[in-house]
Design a binder for this molecule. Structure first.
Ligand code: AHM
Ligand code: MG
Length: 355
């Protein structure tokens, strides 16, 4: 029997084809996205060996190349840093693993390269050692300082609306790369036998209704009243199919909610008024993907994409997912304010998140 085979585009082919959608492009963004895909494959390989790495590294913690065994998140950071900074497209990198912005180039001033990358190299740290899905999140913006001049801090501190590309890699039961450049969201699955990402999820959108809520229950207990009202409403709607699902890896929780419909919440709390998640390399890129997929992302009152960061590791409360669920949460906030102030709910919307 003849095998029927169709070949989906690879990630590389897809971004090359898409390059034509942007007039006057120089190809630097295409090269940068290609480099991200390569780095993701290298990190994926190590993630898949996570348990072995510690066994193999136990004797003196050195590997066959006589390099010290590293924690996976440090390894991921170094892999992305090395690959991104050795291409010609990137002038600066801001990473969760680095205290300060890194300016690329021989003089360390970031004079060349059009793009800045903000990255969480390995998100979901608490899940690394227990074989649960983790991810990488990235955001790309254009430099503001003219080419040839040293990069300034303002180049890194741009709002989500300035992004030219954003995406994530999910190291799960399979490895996926999902990204947007503002013309929809596309997902690629890594075929480990071939070592290529193939287009598997074209034009991703949230389903019209979602019924999953994702929150750390202990954090919910310390969150503000509107968040608690909303979650209580979700629980009360269990008969209507509402259910709580929380992996504790943002990428994995977001990805599941994107595919099946739902909302992820990391609220402000009494002890962490700004929440936990970082605006530049966790919230903003996922917010753009959510919006491109028909969803919504806000903090306690402002669209995440509009927030102007003041520092590299700035945190933000974060609510993201199906538009109707995020708006139901906003309706709870509005109701708690006695129907005063910003963000009046859309007509007919009630705090009850019944689908
Ligand atoms: P990390 O960047 O240190 O891994 O922290 C971010 C992670 C998210 O992936 C996840 O959703 C959240 O922190 C879990 O936090 P908690 O353990 O407080 O629920
Ligand atoms: Mg993180």
């Amino acid at each position: 029997m003849a095998l029927e085979m169709t070949k989906a585009p690879t990630f590389g082919e897809f971004i090359m084809d898409r390059q034509a959608d942007f007039p006057f492009v120089s190809g630097q963004l295409t090269r940068l996205l290609t480099d991200l895909g390569v780095a993701a494959k290298i990190v994926n390989q190590q993630v898949n060996r996570a348990g072995l790495t510690s066994i193999l590294g136990a004797s003196g913690a050195t590997n066959i190349q006589d390099e010290r065994q590293q924690k996976l998140d440090v390894f991921a950071d170094e892999a992305f840093m090395r690959i991104l900074s050795s291409g010609k497209s990137v002038c600066g990198i801001g990473s969760e693993e680095q205290e300060h912005f890194v300016r690329c180039g021989e003089d360390g001033e970031g004079r060349q390269g059009k793009y800045i990358v903000l990255i969480d190299p390995l998100d979901g740290s608490s899940n690394i050692d227990v074989n649960v899905s983790i991810g990488t999140i990235f955001s790309i913006v254009r430099r503001l300082t003219p080419m040839g001049e040293p990069l300034k801090e303002k180049d890194f501190l741009q709002p989500g609306t300035s992004q030219v590309a954003a995406g994530y890699v999910l190291y799960g039961s399979s490895t996926m790369l999902v990204y947007t450049t503002g013309t929809g969201v596309n997902g690629f699955t890594l075929d480990p036998a071939v070592g290529e990402f193939f287009l598997s999820h074209p034009t991703m959108t949230f389903p019209s209704k979602g019924s999953t809520y994702s929150i750390n229950d202990a954090v919910k207990a310390r969150s503000d009243r509107p968040t608690q009202d909303f979650i209580d409403g979700c629980r009360d709607a269990a008969d209507a199919g509402f259910r709580g699902r929380y992996i504790g890896s943002l990428v994995a929780d977001f990805h599941r909610n994107l595919l099946h419909g739902g909302i992820y919440l990391y609220p402000s709390t009494i002890d962490q008024p700004q929440g936990k998640l970082r605006l530049l390399y966790e919230c903003a890129p996922l917010a753009w993907i959510a919006e491109e997929a028909g969803g919504k992302a806000v903090d306690d009152g402002v669209r995440i994409m509009d927030k102007r960061p003041q520092s590299l590791h700035e945190r933000s409360p974060f609510y993201i997912g199906n538009r109707h669920l995020v708006e139901a949460l906003e309706a709870c906030r509005w109701a708690r304010r006695g129907g005063q102030g910003r963000n009046a709910p859309s007509k007919g919307l009630t705090p009850a998140p019944i689908p």
